[in-house]
Design a protein around this ligand. Structure first.
Ligand code: ZN
Length: 279
């Protein structure tokens, strides 16, 4: 299934049509998206009987974040060998974890404000939890995942590295966490441990990698995070960015007003964010 936030309502994308989940389930599920993740196994079990006959044509400007209000958002730094190498930093021995505040999450085609001189791009695989999870075993880790989506971990580098490191603040300006275009459930993801991500700036390819280059796999991240804290249904994990970000380019290349950032994961979809002046 492709689960979308369409005009604020939980929806399914079928072909190029949008189906309202509350309507299709005769009121059993939706319209709130968070409620789907909290009862995800029941939702998946019931979905086969949904009435899919009434759809509207997809207008992508109405898509919001498929996880609008997660309890927790985790993000992982230096989680691709290629990115650690380009940054000239040692490969971490433990997932380098920070948060993006939930208020930074935005829709897949929302603009991103250029809040400073050093706003940078980071295409990422985003994982959304479909179960509560604590002390998860490696072999069970994918079982607690509802699905995956494309994300951008926009980063204001000056603030990120201020005062010894302010990752959470530097990556949490409003609009710095677009997710989408929808959440794809794992039954539709054949190669979930080998997904190809790409990022284009104004159609120039700047990032291109496969998640097999991750230092810590999605399963390992869930294991480590769930040792520390309970992961809740609907929680979001930004799993790190591969090589090719602006700060490591020579010379560094940061985003300008008018730039179009297009991020894709093959088989999942693409999100497009235009850089705009703040305010
Ligand atoms: Zn990142």
């Amino acid at each position: 299934m492709k689960i979308a936030n369409y005009d604020g309502r939980a929806s399914l994308i079928v072909d190029e049509g949008v189906i309202d989940i509350q309507q299709a389930s005769s009121g059993a599920f939706g319209p709130d998206l968070q409620s789907l993740y909290e009862d995800f196994a029941a939702f998946v079990a019931a979905a086969g009987a949904f009435d899919l006959t009434k759809s509207v044509a997809l207008d992508r400007t109405k898509l919001g974040s498929p996880v609008p209000k997660p309890a927790q958002v985790f993000a992982i730094g230096l989680n691709y060998f290629g990115h650690a190498e380009e940054a000239g930093l040692p490969v971490p021995a433990f997932p380098a974890t920070f948060t993006k505040f939930p208020s930074s999450l935005s829709g897949p085609f929302d603009p991103v404000p250029r809040t400073g001189e050093t706003v940078d791009f980071e295409v990422e695989l985003v994982v959304v939890l479909g179960n509560a999870a604590r002390n998860v075993a490696l072999s069970d880790a994918w079982d607690v995942v509802a699905g995956v989506a494309v994300g951008q971990d926009f980063s204001e580098r000056t603030l990120q590295f201020a005062a010894g490191g302010q990752f959470s603040l530097g990556k949490s300006f409003e609009g710095f966490g677009p997710i989408g275009p929808w959440l794809v459930t794992l039954d539709e993801v054949a190669n979930k441990d080998a997904l190809q991500l790409r990022c284009f700036i104004n159609d120039e390819l700047v990032q291109d990698a496969v998640t097999t280059d991750m230092v810590f796999s999605v399963s390992q991240l869930i294991v480590e995070l769930s040792k520390v804290t309970t992961l809740w249904p609907g929680d979001v994990i930004f799993t790190g960015t591969p090589a090719g970000v602006g700060i490591t380019a020579k010379p560094p290349r940061f985003l300008a007003v008018g730039d179009i950032v297009r991020s894709e994961i093959v088989g999942i979809g693409e999100i497009i964010n235009e850089v705009i002046a703040p305010g």
